[in-house]
Each structure stands twice: as structure tokens, then as C-alpha cells.
Design a protein around this ligand. Sequence first.
Ligand SMILES: *Cc1c(COP(=O)(O)O)cnc(C)c1O
Length: 379
Amino acid sequence: MNADRIIFSRPYRAANELTNLATVLESDHIHGDGTFTASSTAKIKAITGAKHALLTTSCTHALELGALLLEIGPGDEVIVPSFAFSSAATAVALRGATVMFVDIDLETGNIDPVAVADAITPRTKAVLVMHYGGVAAEMEPLLALAKEHGFALIEDNAHGLGGTWRGRTLGTIGTVGTQSFHDTKNIHCGEGGALLLSDDALMERAEIIREKGTNRARFLRGQVDKYSWQDIGSSYLPSELNAAVLDAQLAEFDAIHAGRHRVWDDYSENLSDWAKNHDVQLMTVPDDREHPAHLFYVRLPNERSRDAMIRHMAERGVVAPFHYVPLDTSAAGLRYGRTPVPCVRSLEFSTTILRLPLWPMLTADQQGRVVDAAASYRV
Ligand SMILES: *Cc1c(COP(=O)(O)O)cnc(C)c1O
């Protein structure tokens, strides 16, 4: 059975990865900010419409860079959804600020704007939004609250490259947006990320923080005749080897997007009767949002039936995992965070969802087996 076991995710292979890598290795420029960095950055800007983009070594580092940029520090509070990836909370805790965990809505798994409104204090410096599965959070009330209270919005858009909310591209709606190019994401270079910005002054400082606190970027553009230490910072820039792979992947963005949607749409269509008959919720996308088919989940009535379905899928050779454990109740969440109101919907979402295998090369035969396995489960 193992030979034809259907794994959950498989990194995409783009046609030009090896030739791009050879080009870098045969050149004298292997470190960061060479031609593949420039070319992949231009592609990211074209996909997202972002005014500014900077490649980083990961989405985690882009979030850390964003936290430095927004001058999040001791005494500040940053509101973060309980159902999110650890990197979002770590970026806040690393600055010595307090993570304020709030609940999500069960329809999308995204931060609940009503819970955000209730958690705002005079210390609120920023609100972090994670677009789960690349389906946008409800941005309108969050944008209004940000304006009213003067806090920054951070978009962790690791899942949502190419997604939109009311026609606006994800990652460019808030003050700071972050992308991941980890090999479990739609577009990857093994490990990598990007920071998206619209503000020119923030961009000027972000370049410095990313380059060990120096103005090397200005030096490379010939704007200063030597570079020197300007600010605090770190080394958040990936080498040209990573950028070479990333550029090859981004060149195939449309095909990857279409391939993932083929699988997503097939699940959505072919599981709808089963879902209706068994009190199962399929992942849904509100009409005012487009998503890049990063993941497909189903939500079972309770944890027991969810766990039983994971075993049912495994017995049929299909790997179908759950996802995040709520951050507020995790060991570090208890240490670095505060939870003004228990995040009961986050816990419910976390304990009832199951994700199906999704990658662009999944064959029709494999897809059929996943659908058959799921639809044969009796809740
Ligand atoms: C993958 C992921 C991250 C971290 O990305 P890295 O590039 O691995 O650092 C952050 N947030 C979310 C929502 C993710 O899915």
C-alpha cells in the first residue's frame, strides 16, 4: 500500500531550476541581491501589485523584519489570532512585546474583527491578520479600526500569494505584508520569503535592517560611495541560489495556480453531496474573495469524528492531517501571550478540521481515490 500512498503535499519542480542554479554557480555572484533576486522580486511585484518587495530568508524573518520596522517593543501589545502559525507570535515576543490572542470566525478560520475590537487597548501597536488558506480575512472592519486607533496592520500572507479581497491583492492591504516560499507553499525555493510594503520611508529602513543594519543597498545603486552601519538589523537576505530556484518557480505561477485550482475545485464539487448528507462543512470562499488554492479542508461535527476520519483516510492510503494547535494554549503562548477572552472557536476549528492532499501534479486517478476515501466515511 505504501507505494501508492497519497502524501499530503509535494514540492513543485519548475523547469528552469537547474539551469538557473548552474548560472549562479558559474558566476562570481552567489551571495544575495544579484540578478535572480532582482528578477524574482519583479515577478512578486507583478503578481501582488506591491509597490515595494524585498526577498527574505523566510516568512518568519519577514515577520521579524516587519516587527522591527514597526518599532514594536516592550510595553506594546500586538493582537494575533489564536489559530495561526507560531512565527506570527514569535516575531512579537522577540521584540519584548505582549501577544494578545483573540478568537477567529468559524466560516473562514480567520481573525474575528469583533474580537479584535474588544481586545484593543491604548497599548495596541499592531494587529496581525493571517489569511487562512489564502482566503482573505474580513478586512473592512479591521481597516476601519486601524484608522480609528492608529495601529498598524500586518498581513501574514504565507498562504495567499495571488489571492484578493474585493479586488485588492493580499499582502498589500495592510501596512506590512509577508510571503513564504517554504517548500510546503504554492511557490517555493526550499526556504524563503518576502516582505511587501507600500510606504517609501518604511522601504528605505527595511533595506537597511535586512542588510545587517547597513546602507549597502544604496551603495549598490550608486547612491552613496561607501556603505556603513546605519541602524540595528540582521541578515535577512537569501543567496542567489535560493533566488534562482524562486525565479524559475515564479515564472510558472499561472500554471501552478491553475493546477492547484483544478484539484481544489474537484474536491469542492465532488464532495458537496457527501458533506450535505453528513453534517460536514467544506471549505468555502466568500464571493468577494479569490484564493490561490493553497489548501482544502473539511470540518467535521466534533473532534472524535475528525480523528476517526483521519484514521479512515490513512487506512485507504491517504494522508489527511489536521493543522495548527491554538497558540494561546501552547507552552510559549502561555508564557508570552495574554488571552483576554477564551478562544473557543479557535479550539473548535483546530479540533474539527482535516486537510486533503493538494498539489498541482496530483493525477485524476489520485484525486478520485482521495474523493472516494472521503466520501466513504460515515460521520
Ligand atoms: C509557513 C508559514 C509561516 C512561516 O513561513 P517560513 O517561510 O517557513 O518561515 C508563517 N505563517 C504562516 C501562516 C505559514 O503558513
